[in-house]
Design a protein around this ligand. Structure first.
Ligand SMILES: [Zn+2]
Length: 244
């Protein structure tokens, strides 16, 4: 599987992007969105991650996000994040398109990261639209902007549209490049459409996922493995001087 994977990556000769989802960050210990343990068990994400929930009880929603921020900030990138950063540095990968709101790609060293669902390490002002990036959860909850208005997490909530610029960029990248789909079940549209878009435009699709997904059928290579586990032995190969 490793040699086949490397062969396909070489064949892309740099015309490759990654599409990542919850599975890649689960290997860093970040609970998936629908995680079943803990404090917040009695709430469903659909009850907290909506504009309506925030309007009704901003304090509750912010407490949940502060808790999730804490999880993200204490997690560390795993070999899959690191491998993508090395591949970008070596000119083998153009960009990472992610459905994740964590910052593990950036912390692994990836530079060109497109966040389709926003970033949990950013807050956005409801009044002046100012975006503030943070390294720890806000102390005062809910946080207030310099302009006096309340800040909200800069993430896409249920019922909200994806950021237009990011989505357009992702679409055009998948038109011109092969796609490495990692840890996403690819069932949530419009992100689910991206691998198909790549395929229809004559590009390759490579999948790394422990489960069969709707992408598996169209994949040129589909590896049934957890992302972190698959990429671990690849790190020294990718790092090797002279590779590819
Ligand atoms: Zn403001």
């Amino acid at each position: 599987m490793i040699s086949k994977f490397l062969e396909l990556v070489r064949r892309c000769s740099g015309n490759l992007v990654a599409l990542t989802g919850a599975g890649i960050s689960a290997d860093s210990g970040i609970p998936t969105f629908r995680g079943k343990d803990g404090l917040w068990n009695k709430y469903r994400p659909e009850e907290l991650a909506t504009p309506q929930a925030f309007a009704k009880n901003p304090r509750l929603v912010w407490e949940w996000y502060a808790w999730r921020m804490e999880k993200v900030f204490s997690a560390r990138p795993n070999p899959a994040h690191l491998a993508l950063a090395i591949m970008e540095r070596k000119g083998l990968l153009k960009a990472v398109i992610t459905q994740n709101v964590d910052n593990l790609h950036e912390r692994a060293g990836s530079r060109n990261v497109i966040h389709l669902h926003g970033r949990i390490d950013e807050m956005r002002c409801l009044g002046c639209d100012r975006i503030v990036r943070v390294a720890k959860p806000p102390k005062a909850i809910p946080p207030v902007c310099e302009c006096g208005e309340m800040m909200r997490p800069n993430v896409v909530w249920f019922g909200e549209a994806l950021p237009e610029r990011e989505l357009e960029l992702a679409m055009s990248l998948c038109e011109e490049n092969s796609v490495l789909v990692i840890g996403t079940s690819a069932v949530v549209y419009p992100a689910a459409y991206l691998p198909h878009h790549a395929k229809r435009n004559g590009n390759m699709v490579i999948e790394i996922n422990p489960d069969v997904t709707p992408v598996t059928d169209i994949a040129d290579l589909s590896v049934r493995e957890r992302a972190g586990k698959f990429f671990e032995p690849l790190l020294p190969i990718l790092e090797e001087e002279g590779f590819p």
